[in-house]
Each structure stands twice: as structure tokens, then as C-alpha cells.
Ligand binder design. Structure first.
Ligand code: ISE
Length: 336
């Protein structure tokens, strides 16, 4: 495959636009050749300075000869069909989470990829490319705090213009933290219990503060706080208690300011600011995979596993019970 990789982006909302701009302006390994979005003006605004072609149809963009690889950042409900179309056309693709909205569809996608015999999809779980997360995971793997016993994650968001339902909190936000717990502990989730509440009854569209408690396959415990309407910015962090110590990601990387009788740090505004370096690293790794055929990052199996945990989490939230999770084991294509 040619270097630079010619990339087409489907969906020019916040995330798609961010990916398109990284592809066009910040990576030597990629160029932006195609975009599509139902809002043509948006698509044209991003395409114009780069010379990319604006498509009216996502399938046509995927099929186009000049497009080597595709980024799917359209609404959640469209991801699965577009992932299947990319596999049909043998186009490597970065698919934003969630991979699909049902487990049956995740299974169809995994079967289609297995029939091709190689991994074509990378999932948009970018924390695996975040320097603070990588340092923590490497330290854990090196045994710096002994055996990992308890992972505590927090994921706090500013309010969004359209408040999420309880299911959207799990499917759109908690999946990131579920992925982090699996990846950092190198264990699968075997059971889940979820409590939640509405932060601002009347404004909330569901339980937008949730606490997930998960049992992991080799005995670790994970507790994840997901807050979708926090008043003061955006924050994601992880702390792990091990058998001989405790390790945590640093609070933030903004300057420490001493003034007005206080010592403080500005919070990040949103995930674009917090994970900027991670998005660039994620797309760099992805474009390298497109060129050398060596998969990196999260797979379709991770898309399946995180969605399965989120769905069982919804069941747990609604029933008030602890729910057991029996994931299908990964087939050879997906073993790391
Ligand atoms: C959003 O969709 C994302 O993907 C962000 O990474 C996450 O932090 C946020 O909570 C989601 O809503």
C-alpha cells in the first residue's frame, strides 16, 4: 500500500472533523482525499483547503479506487453497516466506537473479517495511545505495584447540548473505560453491577452519573465512575491498587498556577483537548497498519467485548442485580 495513505472520512461531526484535520494537516503518513456528511456545507468546509472530493454517498466513498483507507465517524447506528462495507471492499478502516449497537451485528462483522483472513478494522479506543495511560500500563506490566488488584477509573464530561440516555452513557462513554480496564489489567470482565442517578432531574435524559463495579477474569476488581454532566470541564483518570503499591495517572498536564491565595490547574475543556496527542498517535499507528498490514490498537473483538459489557451493564442498572457476563473467547485473528 502506498505511503502516504489516501484517506476518506465518513461523518464530519466533531470527531470526524478532528480526524480529517489530523489526516490532512498533521501527519506526513496520510492525505485526505474524500469526505462525506449529510450536511454538505460541513463536508465542503473541511474538504476545500485540502482538495478532497466530497461524496454524497458513504458506500461510493468506500468503493472509490482513490481511497486506500476509511475513517468512520458517523452516528453510532450507522457504524456496523459501514464497517461491513469496508470489509467487503477490503478497505482498512478506523471505526469510531461503538462497533455496532447489537451483539449479533458485532458477530457478523467478526465473521466477515475472519472470512477475509486478516484484521481490517481498528476501533477508536484512543486511550491506548495516550501517554499517561501507556506509562501506567507499562508500569503495571513491569510489576511496579505488584499484582493489580483494584482499578478505579473516572470519566467526567462537561454537559452536552443533547443530554444522553442511560444507555447512551454506557454505549458511548463507559465503553472507553471498560476497554481501558480490560487493556490495563489484561483481564476480561466476568460480572457487572451498575448504580446510577440523574445529575439534574428535569435536564438529564437518563442516569448520567453511573458507577460500574466489575469483576475481572483473574480476580481483579474494577470500579468506573462515569459522569456526563460535570460543571467544570473534562477529566479522565485511572488509579490501580496493587499488592505492593498504588499507581495513578497524573491529574492533568496544564500549568500549576499560584495566585489569589490559591494553587491550581486549569481543567481540560473536552476530550479533544485532553486526548489530542492520543488522537494523533492513534491515526499514526493506524496509517502504519494500513501500509505494513500489521494490526495495532483495538480490534472488532474489543468492539464486541466492550458492547457486551455495556449491554449487560444496562441490564444490571435496570434490574439492580449483579449480572454475569460470558464473553465468547476471541478467535485466533483477535488474540493479542
Ligand atoms: C464521546 O463520544 C467520546 O468518545 C469521548 O471520548 C468520551 O470521553 C465522551 O464521554 C463521549 O461522549
Amino acid at each position: 500500500m502506498a505511503d502516504p495513505v489516501s484517506v476518506g472520512v465518513i461523518g464530519i461531526g466533531g470527531m470526524g472533523e478532528r480526524h480529517a484535520r489530523i489526516v490532512a494537516d498533521r501527519l506526513r503518513e496520510t492525505r485526505l482525499v474524500a469526505v462525506t456528511d449529510p450536511d454538505r456545507d460541513r463536508a465542503e468546509r473541511v474538504a476545500a483547503p485540502t482538495g478532497a472530493t466530497v461524496y454524497t454517498d458513504a458506500e461510493a466513498l468506500i468503493a472509490a479506487d482513490g481511497v486506500d483507507a476509511v475513517i468512520v465517524a458517523s452516528p453510532d447506528a450507522t457504524h456496523a453497516a459501514l464497517a461491513l462495507a469496508c470489509i467487503d471492499h477490503r478497505k482498512p478502516a478506523l471505526i469510531e466506537k461503538p462497533l455496532a449497537t447489537t451483539l449479533e451485528t458485532c458477530e457478523r462483522i467478526m465473521e466477515a473479517e475472519q472470512a477475509v483472513g486478516r484484521r481490517l478494522l481498528q476501533l477508536g479506543f484512543m486511550r491506548e495511545f495516550d501517554p499517561a495511560h501507556i506509562d501506567l500500563r507499562n508500569a503495571l506490566a513491569a510489576g511496579v505495584v505488584g499484582a493489580p488488584l483494584l482499578l478505579r477509573g473516572w470519566h467526567r464530561n462537561p454537559p452536552s447540548p443533547e443530554p444522553p440516555t442511560s444507555w447512551e452513557v454506557l454505549r458511548g462513554a463507559a465503553v472507553h473505560d471498560i476497554y481501558s480496564a480490560r487493556w490495563m489489567l489484561d483481564q476480561e470482565v466476568t460480572e457487572i453491577h451498575v448504580r446510577g442517578c440523574e445529575i439534574h432531574p428535569g435536564r438529564s435524559a437518563g442516569r448520567d452519573l453511573q458507577l460500574l463495579t466489575m469483576g475481572m477474569s483473574r480476580g481483579a476488581i474494577a470500579s468506573l465512575e462515569i459522569n456526563k454532566d460535570m460543571g467544570w470541564g473534562y477529566e479522565v483518570g485511572v488509579e490501580v491498587t496493587g499488592s505492593t503499591g498504588l499507581i495513578a495517572t497524573p491529574p492533568t498536564d496544564t500549568p500549576v498556577v499560584r495566585s489569589d491565595g490559591g494553587i491550581g490547574q486549569r481543567a481540560h475543556a473536552d476530550w479533544f483537548e485532553r486526548f489530542d496527542a492520543a488522537y494523533v498517535a492513534e491515526l499514526t499507528a493506524w496509517s502504519r497498519s494500513v501500509v505494513d498490514g500489521r494490526p495495532r490498537g483495538a480490534s472488532a473483538y474489543d468492539g464486541y467485548a466492550t458492547l457486551a459489557v455495556a449491554l449487560h451493564g444496562l441490564d444490571a442498572l435496570e434490574s439492580g442485580h449483579t449480572v454475569t457476563i460470558d464473553l465468547e473467547p476471541p478467535r485466533p485473528l483477535y488474540r493479542r
